[in-house]
Design a protein around this ligand. Structure first.
Ligand code: SAM
Ligand code: DTB
Ligand code: SF4
Length: 334
């Protein structure tokens, strides 16, 4: 979808926008379902990168301690617990710049993925930068989706991160797509960006071919000690507008109401789901930050008459659309 189309949609009167996103939502997702994803930080803190929102960067005194890669047995115990609580996707995150084939730590991750993928949940990992070989090895081991966010517009990105580029992020996404992995790619609101930055991000995401399988919309959780620690909260109507436009622009994606739900009322979360969000992180903790309690989320879904979505561990990447040119990720990469 072009920037002009996204701009027109975003600036519609609120109820007109929601009517349109609701119609798209019901056409593509008639089942009243919400995907429940559990996150686990398998390698926390000590990251070389300087992402100015992140508590896990070694450059900031956020109070998050650098830890080693978790033991496989502990990860499997957490994956079993997630499945028992009703999660259908298990997403493992590592505070790394990226991974390389042949390294001890990548081999360990592959070994972990092989076991986690036997549990019947979708398996997502977010490990930073990937090349083609790493992407193929993850696919082979049983990963269903790779999470790698673009976070904001290409114009604003250098104000937020200086240790890698927006193009580096696009290249990793291309490698994941080429290996047949589903791509989970979204952004963060509240990084000091303009509405136009947010629309430029959506323009790029909706232009991917194939479009992302899921689109997490995070609201900044300001982390003490990071450069963005004092940033203000995201306006709830701006958040809902972003979700509604994402739903219209990327109709088949799971649009995930991601970090920042602890600051949202039940009513605000219901509005976000009405506008097109159909996935949440489920479990008391995100990576290092808090998330609503499981019992609270169960109550919310029950009160809204929503159901947990069934897992699809055999999930293949959505097919590329032959009529459209390759995604920007593919076109601009060397
Ligand atoms: N190191 C990998 C990477 O950068 O892709 C994976 C982990 S990283 C923490 C995953 C994503 O979490 C980031 O891209 C960002 O969108 C989100 N995130 C991190 N810190 C956040 C915060 N304080 N508030 C909201 N979202 C955050
Ligand atoms: C995503 O888009 N959000 C998740 C997941 N993908 C990896 C991470 C949110 C992190 C929130 C801050 C924290 O827990 O440190
Ligand atoms: Fe490292 Fe990822 Fe955090 Fe950036 S967002 S500092 S790459 S863990």
């Amino acid at each position: 979808m072009t920037y002009a189309e996204l701009h027109r949609l975003y600036h519609l009167p609120f109820f007109e926008l929601i009517e349109q996103s609701r119609a798209v939502h019901q056409a593509h997702w008639p089942e009243r379902e919400v995907q429940l994803c559990t996150l686990l930080s398998i390698k926390t803190g000590g990251c070389s990168e300087d992402c100015s929102y992140c508590a896990q960067s070694a450059r900031y005194s956020s109070g998050v301690k650098a830890e080693k890669l978790m033991e496989k047995a502990d990860i499997l115990a957490r994956a079993h617990a997630a499945r028992d609580s009703g999660s259908t996707r298990f997403c493992m995150g590592a505070a790394w710049r990226g991974v390389r084939l042949g390294t001890d730590r990548f081999e360990k991750v592959i070994d972990i993925v092989k076991d986690v993928s036997q549990l019947g949940m979708e398996v997502c990992v977010t490990l930073g930068e990937l090349g083609p070989l790493e992407a193929a090895a993850l696919k082979e081991a049983g990963v269903t989706a790779y999470n790698h966010n673009l976070d904001t517009s290409p114009e604003h990105y250098p104000n937020i991160v200086t240790t890698h580029t927006f193009q580096d992020r696009l290249n990793t996404i291309r490698h994941a797509q080429d290996a047949g992995l589903s791509v989970c790619c979204g952004g963060i609101l509240g990084l000091g960006e303009t509405i136009d930055d947010r629309l430029h991000l959506l323009e790029i995401l909706s232009g991917f071919n194939p479009q992302p399988e899921s689109v997490p919309i995070n609201s900044l959780m300001p982390m003490p000690g990071t450069p963005l620690a004092e940033n203000g909260g995201v306006d709830v109507f701006d958040l809902v507008r972003m979700i509604a436009v994402a739903r219209i622009a990327i109709p088949r994606a799971k649009v995930r109401l991601s970090a920042g739900r602890t600051r949202l009322s039940r009513e605000a979360q219901a509005l976000a789901m009405f506008a097109g969000a159909n996935s949440i992180f489920y479990g008391d903790k995100l990576l290092t930050a808090a998330n609503p309690a499981v019992a609270e989320d169960q109550r919310l879904l029950r009160d809204l008459g929503l159901l947990p979505q069934e897992p699809n561990p055999a999930l293949a990447a959505p097919p590329a659309c032959a009529e459209r040119p390759c995604s920007p990720a593919m076109a601009e990469a060397p």
